[in-house]
Design a protein around this ligand. Structure first.
Ligand code: BGC
Length: 745
């Protein structure tokens, strides 16, 4: 009790000191380091030389939890999750951080609007790096508009546990797809002179007991899966920040884990930016500092006075402190933030909505179509059933929550005892009913809630087509118990399908969903959490104005029992107070967490077999495979040739064999020689091919050598295993009609 009060005081003390020292924004002035022709490193070094110890200390920790309108909010805080103050004497701007995975958060608290994009897993289903870049650009632009200078987003953890309540914030099964898309999102963010971020480094793959869990995993498995996704994202984005995660990995907390931070991230991946702890994820001063943590957030339990004393006593060297500070300064220069100070502006609401709609069109996945879609002009009546389809579309919750303009379109259910305020279900005002009415005519499209099964069946019977909306809400701070739709939703779908064979199910989920009714319905569309223009994009797909192109970035298994871990390892009581006690102040809660909860163990014994690699290796049938998605046209593949050299050059022809123009996401996989000990295949590239009806195109997918290597633990390096590789091309991980053997030495 006494200790947590002391820690709380320490957390809040910094807030008072810093705001008194550094009120207001940095003034435009000329400094030697204002010369933008110099490298970010050179500029950072110049500043560093001028800094006092106290100034350096300001850049290695946060100032408390300056949320929204808290009474103790430091003057300079912009209301985001954390910040470091400006140092006006040296022209160093504040780093104002805001959560922004699928849009800028905490709009409600600040009375600001931001665009809710489709969630991150949805964006990954576009397989479109350019669209991902635009997505990031929008986030960066709106952060800047609102006075922020750093994004807290960029989630790229792999779904070792797809029931993880944050699966919607991540980018799916495959390190190449997730890393490429996330890297482009962050590249887009940084194009706006905003510091980008990748998180949660690493292996924070379940929310249950996230502050305590110790993940046991061998080096090869982490390097080739979860860490590879970070490596690829970093290579593309050169993100200024990496947020280390709450969990332990092989015994040490991720934020004081020398292997993860020093050996891999800083040495091997040559990360030049700064590592910031997840909120309350710092657990020591000297150990964390030695092991690679550069900045504690959101407070200064360890990286305030304790770190300063350690520097003064020589326990932490000046060089080590300088390296932390240099990294923060470098990110300020490298992102362009120093040269382009943040200027607030009203965001372009319509422009943002257009980006959101385009991404929704590209990310919605058509999973089943028994000739029920698209709905033709002759459709006389459509009834929408359930899922609040009259009001809006669902969003993912937690710190990523983008607040709906005008408040949630559907009132959230009453909060459960102890439920944190950021865990309230929120619906965006993008109404499928209104969108479909405006497309087909008001009188043709109606809605029933689905609360009454008989009424739903009767309405479905009367209509030409019934569209049932199913949803699963997800949030940080919880895991799903099952991938099944909750409540009575399966029953509703079965009842409607029994009444009308032309039943289409639209799902709004952040993870894969189980579909016990799959053989009974005519069509299934996975819309994810489709964002502020989700309904409009959905209506275009339903009407056939847009030909669907999205493909699954994550495997849909047949049952929970087929997952690598049929049940989630839950924390024992002593390891689980990861929620504030009723009435407990968030800062005091964070301080309690800083002490470190007793560990409990989970072992990622699926090792390399993450996502589709698990089902392939275990020969388990899936509901819908990774890479799968239908279109209103069809494609045929032919003529595969593979050139070897430095990597591969994979050439084949894709033909649009249907009657509509479309875009096919053509995928390339390879198997590795047996001696490699790898799962049956891995994705090594893809391309999006635009094809008019009847058109053929020859495409070439370049594959760099590093997509073919394995991580060799003994030599601590990546190696090509000599032997025979089967290169495969086709429309999904389970539909690969073309194969060529190549020998690589
Ligand atoms: C989350 C992070 C987030 C941070 C700040 C933590 O609870 O895990 O993803 O960026 O809070 O809001």
């Amino acid at each position: 009790m006494t200790l947590s009060f002391a820690l709380l005081t320490a957390l809040l003390a910094g807030a008072v000191t810093a705001s008194a020292q550094f009120p207001g924004q940095a003034q435009p002035q000329h400094f030697a380091w204002s010369d933008s022709t110099l490298s970010p490193d050179a500029r950072a070094d110049m500043v560093l030389k001028e800094m006092t110890l106290d100034e350096k200390m300001l850049l290695v920790h946060g100032q408390g939890m300056p949320f929204g309108q808290r009474s103790n909010k430091p003057t300079e805080s912009n209301g985001g999750a954390g910040f470091t103050p400006s140092i006006s004497r040296l022209g160093i701007p504040a780093i104002q951080m805001a959560d922004s995975a699928y849009g800028v958060t905490r709009g409600n608290a600040a009375g600001r609007y931001s665009t809710a994009l489709p969630n991150n897993l949805a964006a990954a289903s576009s397989w479109d790096p350019d669209a991902a870049y635009e997505y990031g650009q929008l986030i960066g632009r709106e952060l800047r508009n609102q006075g922020y200078s750093m994004s807290l987003g960029g989630g790229v953890n792999l779904p070792r546990e797809p029931r993880n309540g944050r699966t919607f914030e991540y980018m799916g099964d495959d390190p190449l797809l997730a890393g490429t898309l996330d890297g482009n999102v962050e590249r887009g963010v940084q194009s706006q002179h905003i510091i980008g971020d990748l998180k949660h480094y690493a292996l924070n793959d379940q929310e249950s007991g996230r502050n305590a869990v110790n993940v046991n995993i061998d080096k090869r498995s982490m390097r080739e899966t979860d860490l590879l996704a970070f490596q690829i994202a970093l290579g593309i984005s050169d993100a200024g920040g990496v947020m280390c995660s709450y969990n332990r990995v092989n015994g040490d907390f991720a934020c004081e884990n020398s292997y993860l931070l020093n050996d891999v991230l800083k040495k091997d991946l040559k990360f030049k930016g700064f590592v910031l702890s997840d909120w309350g994820g710092t657990h020591s001063a000297a150990k964390a500092s030695h092991n690679g943590l550069d900045m504690e957030q959101p407070g200064q339990v360890f990286f305030g006075d304790e770190l300063k004393k350690a520097v003064e006593s020589g326990d932490i060297s000046q060089d080590e402190l300088n390296d932390h500070v240099h990294r923060v300064l470098r990110a300020i220069f490298a992102s362009g933030l120093f040269d382009n100070p943040v200027v607030k502006q009203v965001p372009d609401v319509e422009g943002g909505a257009a980006v959101a709609e385009k991404m929704a069109e590209k990310s919605i996945v058509l999973l089943k179509n028994n000739k029920v879609l698209p709905l033709g002009a002759s459709t006389r009546s459509v009834v929408l059933i359930g899922g609040h389809a009259d009001k809006g579309v669902l969003t993912g919750g937690g710190s990523a929550q983008v607040d709906p303009p005008g408040g949630s379109a559907v009132p959230p259910p009453a909060a459960a005892p102890g439920q944190m305020s950021f865990m309230r279900m929120a619906w965006l005002p993008s109404s499928p009913l209104r969108a479909l009415q405006s497309r087909f005519g008001e009188s043709k499209v109606s809605y029933v809630s689905g609360d009454d099964l008989d009424a739903a069946a009767a309405a479905a019977k009367k209509a030409d087509v019934a569209i049932v909306f199913g949803y699963v809400w997800e949030s940080e701070g919880m895991d799903l118990k099952t991938l099944a739709l909750p409540d009575e939703q399966n029953k509703l779908i079965e009842t409607v399908a029994a009444a009308n064979p032309k039943t289409i199910v639209v799902l709004e989920t952040g993870s894969p969903a189980l579909m016990p009714w799959i053989d009974k319905v005519g069509g299934v569309i996975e819309a994810w959490y489709p964002g502020i223009r989700g309904a409009e994009a959905l209506a275009k797909i339903v009407a056939g104005d847009v030909n669907p192109t999205g493909k699954l970035a994550i495997t849909f298994p047949k049952s929970d029992a087929d997952l690598p871990h049929p049940t989630i390892v839950m924390p024992p009581p002593e390891s689980q107070p990861h929620r504030p006690a009723p009435g407990q102040d968030i800062s005091s809660f964070m301080a309690t967490m800083s002490k470190g909860l007793p560990p409990f163990q989970t072992t990622f014994d699926e090792k390399l077999k993450v996502g589709y690699k698990w089902y392939d290796a275990e020969k388990k049938d899936v509901l819908f495979p990774f890479g799968f998605g239908l279109s209103y046209t069809t494609y045929a593949y032919s003529g595969l040739s593979v050139k070897t050299g430095d990597g591969l050059s994979v050439t084949f022809t894709v033909k649009n064999t249907g009657k509509l123009a479309g875009t096919e996401i053509a995928q390339v996989y390879t198997s590795l020689p047996d001696a490699a000990g790898e799962p049956p295949k891995r994705l090594i590239g893809w391309t999006r091919v635009d094809l008019a009806a009847g058109e053929s195109k020859q495409v070439t997918v370049p594959v760099t050598q590093d997509r073919l290597t394995i991580y060799d633990e003994a030599s601590d390096s990546w190696k090509l295993v000599p032997g025979s590789y089967s290169v495969m091309a086709g429309g999904s991980s389970k539909d690969l009609p073309l194969t060529r053997q190549v020998n690589l030495q």
